[in-house]
Ligand binder design. Sequence first.
Ligand code: BEZ
Length: 256
Amino acid sequence: MTAGSEAQSQDWQPHRYQKNAGFVAVLGSAVFGLLDPQPGERVLDLGCGDGVLTEKLVAAGCDAVGVDAGADMIAAARARGLDAHVVDGHALDFDGAFDAVFSNAALHWMVRPQEVVAGVFRALRPGGRFVAEFGGHGNVAAIRTALLAVLARRGIDGLALSPWYFPTPDEYRALLQAGGFTVHSAELIPRPTPLPTDVGGWLDTFADSFFAALPQAERAEVKGEVIDLLRPVLCDSEGRWTADYVRLRFSASRSA
Ligand code: BEZ
């Protein structure tokens, strides 16, 4: 799921996303529960991706709108019959239109969080809720380290290519408070996540920004080196891969 301009360098391919990352929406049930959507509420799903959770909001009786920066993802969401729009999460253009803004696995693609928080504030009515889960501090640390190490071997600064923002709860809490929110909870949740394929599938789905810096002819070799570095720490003796996910889950409401 994506909702930021940086994420536009990522080629989403909804079918590949479903195959390699279908678990993302399944694992969104805890933050969905924290939102506790009520029938008749108007809810914005920020970074809705292909709309799996937006569809759940509709099934819960909400009047739900999905936004995402990925045009192909929005096409997939619309194919489900959802009210979904291509919008950069840094540039939300709603005014007091929603009772709640919900987001799962998308805010880490938005690397200018003050702009996002300001847009969410404007989108909510006073007292409206902002409930979300995304990658927190330490998220995919092994995967990032391997990417940076392999790119460094080629003289490339991988950090400068990173499209991700993984804050601590304290950092994000301060940002929300400065943006006019009352924070009810903000916690870091380590969640090792079994992958449906090897980590190569995860890299294909999410790490385009790093590989785009390389000539096409070198990409397969670099990917192989990243996989080799990760195998001892993310792959078990039976060949099953687990991503080192750490979630930041929070609940806040617009103060006035
Ligand atoms: C995540 O859900 O934590 C995530 C997904 C893709 C890239 C980075 C992080």
